[in-house]
Design a protein around this ligand. Structure first.
Ligand SMILES: Nc1ncnc2c1ncn2[C@@H]1O[C@H](COP(=O)(O)OP(=O)(O)OP(=O)(O)O)[C@@H](O)[C@H]1O
Ligand SMILES: [Mg+2]
Length: 333
């Protein structure tokens, strides 16, 4: 027998606290994420994400995209805003290295009376309620946990909870997206999962106007001059391909403003406060962006094969490349 998932499928909602019964098992659902989330600028990437969730026909299926980009660039914010634009309840699952398959689905909880109650994860709650689930920082989660989601992410659209002994199909309205982080504390996600997380949408840094609007939106009380200094700094760092993000700008400004309003016999000037915040929030290296960028280039270039003059004019695979020798062996054979 199949589990029933949402109201239209006949699941029995017994109260507003969010309980639902599936195949005789009573599940407590998670609360949706309520905070507002506005996406400023870069409308194209928002449209790309929303397009993934459209279904054009009864036989069509929504896509579950991967959102990638530098830390603090706005991946989570974009997904929140997209769910808001859809007017669907949003559930966020924060993936970590410790996430176990049952954490992703249903967790048994021992109640005071000694009975076991079953708590649905944000993901399963979204599946049942027909909401959007954001699997945030998905590549912090190991392969075993991802494996339990394989049937959800393809045409089957269901999960199987071993703990509760039930199969849970997703409501038609259920949508999902995954954000991925680019740092060392992540796992390699197996290809069979990656092939179910398509397309890949890359969130890039905002342009000058958008970055100003983002900072203003989050810090409406900040002085225009301080906002301008921060936007200049961030834009310069984007040009140099350094990874300082809108989040860094927001944190830096918050700290600088707090330092300025602090009472004391030596009030801190705007420039002093901003410089101090720069060093304390982003590190000493951030003071000289040009030098930092040069150092980065050197480290990155350290492992690369040095480029010859010919490399500037010929593609490495171009048969006309004067230094090209790799095919000679093949010809001899
Ligand atoms: N386009 C935008 N509109 C509104 N706020 C933004 C935008 N871009 C970034 N932000 C703000 O910048 C901060 C960082 O964004 P967010 O947390 O979404 O980054 P992230 O890419 O998910 O970072 P991480 O890689 O650490 O998970 C948040 O406060 C977010 O609200
Ligand atoms: Mg994030």
């Amino acid at each position: 027998m199949h589990a029933r998932s949402d109201e239209t499928d006949g699941a029995e909602h017994d109260d507003l606290a969010g309980h639902v019964e599936i195949d005789g098992v009573r599940l407590k659902l998670a609360h949706p994420y309520e905070a507002p989330g506005q996406w400023i600028g870069q409308q194209e990437i928002l449209m790309q994400l929303l397009a993934c969730w459209i279904t054009v026909d009864e036989a069509d299926l929504p896509l579950t995209p991967r959102l990638i980009g530098s830390p603090g660039v706005g991946k989570t914010q974009l997904a929140i805003a997209a769910a808001r634009a859809q007017d669907r309840p949003l559930y966020i699952y924060q993936c970590t290295a410790d996430t176990r398959p049952e954490d992703l689905l249903i967790t048994p909880v021992l109640s005071q009376g000694g009975e076991i109650s079953y708590h649905a994860s944000p993901l399963v709650s979204a599946m049942i309620r027909g909401g959007v689930c954001l699997l945030d920082e998905g590549n912090r989660m190991n392969e075993k946990s991802w494996a339990s989601l394989a049937p959800l992410l393809d045409g089957r659209r269901l999960v199987e909870s071993i703990v509760a002994g039930i199969t849970i199909p997703a409501a038609r309205e259920f949508r999902a997206a995954v954000t991925m982080n680019q740092d060392e504390s992540t796992f390699e996600i197996p290809d069979y999962i990656l092939s179910r997380l398509q397309p890949t949408l890359k969130v890039g840094f905002p342009n000058k106007q958008d970055e100003m609007a983002i900072l203003q939106y989050h810090l409406p009380f900040a002085e225009a001059e301080m906002l301008a200094m921060t936007v200049e700094f961030l834009q310069h760092s984007h040009e140099l391909k350094l990874e300082f993000s809108p989040r860094d700008g927001i944190n830096l400004l918050r700290y600088a403003i707090k330092r300025m309003v602090q009472e004391g016999s030596h009030p801190v000037s705007r420039d002093e406060a901003w410089q101090e915040a720069l060093q304390r929030c982003l590190g000493e290296d951030a003071v000289d962006l040009e030098q930092l960028a040069q150092r980065r280039r050197r480290t990155l270039g350290g492992d690369a094969v040095p480029l010859g003059l010919a490399d500037l004019f010929f593609d490495p695979d171009d048969p006309l490349h004067p230094d090209r020798e790799d095919d000679e062996d093949d010809l001899d054979e």
